[in-house]
Ligand binder design. Structure first.
Ligand code: DGY
Length: 313
């Protein structure tokens, strides 16, 4: 029986399979354990089931001499030093596919919300500011005929594109070899779906924001660090961007007094891309399958991608 640490209570019947086979301890806190607490927890662990909020770096791995399996409860593995895990022959598993549709739904939800100013309009109703119907109130942008640039043509990017096509949007994709500035200049909406790697970190920096069409909308359901957040705030305030919808920020949680939240036509969600009952249960199923396989000495069914460096991402 292996000792397994689970860094947060996770939903779904698949957890039972883990508990039946191994000695499982679940961190009781709602928030991620602090780095020092996590180091203590893994000191005698054979398996670790973590989330994207847990930082799995060299220091943590050094504190876990027995560790032989890491399953993250996420499709993104940017919180894990994959090279350091590989150097210790510790397999890392992720939860792909099961969250594709839920996350693409949130990307489109953010887009609709920003383009049609749903958050502002709803807030006005609650604030008693719903005056007589007028032809000029709450005017937004059409999706039909608008050009959507999907940055990152992976599963979630493609699922977002399929939804956007149904709205009549014209779709373009930006891959790692494309000339991003020229594609940005052509798009009415830019939606980020690329993994966070050394090469993609802050890919939407001030220069990229300036390259975007004036009044364009930025959607980010990937990772907060893909975007220069202060640059984004300035672009929204100056009107260079017409709006932004974020399901991810840097840091998370974003403090309620973060200057970004004062920017106009901005919708921020608390990283809920995968937050449906069925999706989270599916993520548990995959994470448990990864752990059980590795603890049995088998290959994980859903391994993390190979580590990338800045020059190869
Ligand atoms: C993922 O799966 O990567 C989601 O962002 C949850 O962390």
């Amino acid at each position: 029986m292996a000792k397994v640490i689970v860094t947060r209570a996770i939903p779904g019947p698949a957890m039972q399979q883990l508990v039946e086979r191994h000695d499982v301890s679940v961190w009781p806190g709602e928030l991620a354990p602090a780095a020092e607490q996590l180091r203590e927890l893994v000191a005698s662990a054979d398996g670790l089931l973590c989330t994207s909020a847990d930082r799995i770096d060299e220091q943590l791995l050094d504190a876990a001499p027995r560790l032989r399996a890491i399953a993250t409860y996420a499709v993104g593995s940017d919180n894990i030093d994959l090279a350091a895990a590989a150097a210790r022959a510790i397999p890392v598993g992720v939860t792909p596919d099961v969250l594709t549709d839920a996350t693409a739904d949130i990307a489109i939800g953010l887009l609709l919300s920003v383009a049609r100013r749903l958050r502002e309009a709803e807030a006005a109703v609650r604030a008693g500011k719903w005056g007589p119907w007028t032809p000029q109130a709450w005017l937004g942008a059409d999706l039909n005929g608008a050009r959507l640039l999907i940055v990152g043509a992976g599963r979630i990017g493609r699922a977002t594109a399929r939804r956007a096509q149904a709205f009549g949007m014209e779709i373009a994709f930006a891959g790692r070899d494309d000339d991003l500035p020229s594609l940005l200049a052509d798009a009415d909406v830019v939606s980020l779906h690329t993994p966070l790697t050394p090469a993609t970190e802050r890919m939407i920096d001030r220069a990229a924001l300036a390259a975007m069409k004036r009044g364009a909308i930025l959607i980010n359901t990937g990772r907060g660090r893909l975007v220069d957040q202060e640059g984004l705030r300035e672009a929204l305030v100056s009107g260079q961007l017409g709006g932004a919808g974020l399901d991810v920020t840097d840091p998370e949680p974003l403090p309620a007094d973060a200057p970004l939240l004062q920017a106009p036509n901005l919708v921020v969600l608390p990283h809920i891309g995968s937050a449906t009952h069925a999706t989270r249960e599916g993520m548990t199923r995959l994470a448990v399958a990864n752990l059980l396989a590795a603890l049995d000495g088998q290959p994980m069914p859903h391994p993390a991608p190979a580590p990338v460096s800045a020059s190869h991402a």
